[in-house]
Write a protein that binds this ligand. Sequence first.
Ligand SMILES: C[S@@+](CC[C@H](N)C(=O)[O-])C[C@H]1O[C@@H](n2cnc3c(N)ncnc32)[C@H](O)[C@@H]1O
Length: 383
Amino acid sequence: MVLPWSGEVVHQAPGPASLLRDLDAELRLHQFDADSTARFMGAADDTDLLSNSAMYALAARDRTGEFTDTGAGALAELFLRNGEVSLGIYERRLTYTIRSLLQTLDLVYEVGGSVRARASISPLGTSYYLSDRIFACLPESDGYPVVVSRGAEGDFGPVMPPHASTLCLLEHTTARGGRLLDVGTGCGVLALARARGYRSVRGIDIDPRAVAYAKANALLAGCEAAFDVSDFRACRQDFGPADHLLFNAPSRNDDSAVSQGVSRLHTAGLIEELIEHLPRALAAPGGLAEVLVIIPVPERAEGARDVVGQWTGGHAPVVVDVREVEDPALTITAEAIERLRIRPGCALADSREERAALARALKSSRTRRVAPAVLSIRARPAA
Ligand SMILES: C[S@@+](CC[C@H](N)C(=O)[O-])C[C@H]1O[C@@H](n2cnc3c(N)ncnc32)[C@H](O)[C@@H]1O
């Protein structure tokens, strides 16, 4: 297996599976766990931390000296704040074993007497998730989180760590048993976090780097799950019919949506594609797809249910429900739009400029509020 950040690891002995299992054990030994990392970063818990990671990284900016008193803190500085640790502290706080593992897996590198990480490691629940970094807090940015540029790592942009929308979909769906298909799996988090509740687990993603991360995370967790490169628009029952499909729908990457700050809002076009393609992957009858979408609700509509109803002509037989959910990081209130003030914890924009552009775009398009919603899509009834 080739880790996305290094083709070399595959040639090492022992192989990546055993290295990743050892890394899991060493991270635990250093008490780099969900509770201690939330504590270091000043968050209420792991979900609060991962929903607002850049904000907590910024808030911890003046406390990083405290982090380096322990191994867990040094790991948090490297893999959650995406900052750097001096070589002396790195060698004092971390065991030889974990340092060798991090080096062999190519997860760290040295620059000017300090150590930096190439990837993020997010503790969530009792597991760890490797992913790309979406921001970095380095001396050259004066310790402020700066967004790691889109597209820097590959054709599809960074492979996201577990973040606000991941946690929202996890919170608002429950395990249903049978065969799980995680579409747009990213680093594999939905598939792996839910794996225990299912007979079989598979994740697909259009991005080969995401699939490589997901495979690495399955090894890290010692979890049986299959991951494949595939486009949901070609989604049939190639991998066997799914009883439950989860999809945290992707951002749009067209230039105009990005420049207007609206890339994370979903459109009628995506909903049409979901309705057309997802039912083909489901077991019939009984298969259910649940998709997290972010819906801009215009002034003339009541809520996300109305909007999706209008987009689908109100009679798409396969959409059974549109359930609006509350999420502080994904909801934008009418008041925020009216006052052109989207708060920094909003996960739909990465910077002050993006928040300002998004607020302007929402106001000028007469959007009343932005609502996250879980769409439930059923297998198409037999003709
Ligand atoms: C919002 S991320 C969700 C990642 C992960 N499931 C999570 O919840 O954190 C959306 C993912 O969908 C993937 N994606 C985008 N277009 C896709 C397509 N046409 N088919 C399959 N996956 C796609 C992206 O590469 C990305 O990993």
